[in-house]
Ligand binder design. Structure first.
Ligand code: DQA
Length: 144
């Protein structure tokens, strides 16, 4: 089964971005971790990152048109992008919202997710392990 792992703005800068918050492992490490998890679970995992809302919306349309499950870290879009939320609402296969950190423990503006209400579920606060758990949830629950 194919799974898209989509990452929003600034996540390409993992490793150098606020290491006290996000750790020192890089985006390339995240891609490798997702690939390893995919191989273990028998999933065909494709990992992408963009800083652009329109590109992310386009990828979500692609997932909607192909009934592909999505693991999504919308990053800052989580908190305000109704365009991303409306694209997520069109998905028919599972959508797992993931976060490296736990936004509920952080600044007040991060406490709102406009995506959560259209996600199958949310996993936050476990670093790369959030993605591993999300991919495991897709493998365990989705029968295409
Ligand atoms: C994040 C949390 C968001 O609040 C933030 O804007 C990010 C990363 C996370 O993975 O913890 O860019 O989605």
């Amino acid at each position: 089964m194919r799974v898209l792992v989509l990452n929003g703005p600034n996540l390409g800068r993992l490793g150098s971005r606020e290491p006290d918050v996000y750790g020192s492992t890089s985006y390339a490490d995240l891609v490798a971790s997702c690939a390893k998890t995919g191989a273990e679970l028998g999933l065909e995992v494709e990992v992408r990152q963009t800083d652009q809302e329109a590109e992310l919306v386009g990828w979500l349309h692609e997932a909607a048109d192909t009934s592909t499950p999505v693991v999504l870290n919308p990053a800052a879009f989580t908190h305000y992008s109704y365009a991303v939320r409306d694209a997520c609402a069109q998905l028919t296969a599972p959508l797992i919202e993931v976060h490296l950190t736990n936004p509920a423990r952080r600044e007040a503006f991060r406490h709102t997710s406009v995506v959560a209400g259209v996600a199958t579920g949310t996993i936050a606060g476990f670093g790369f392990e959030s993605y591993r758990l999300a991919l495991s949830a897709v493998a365990a629950t989705h029968r295409p």
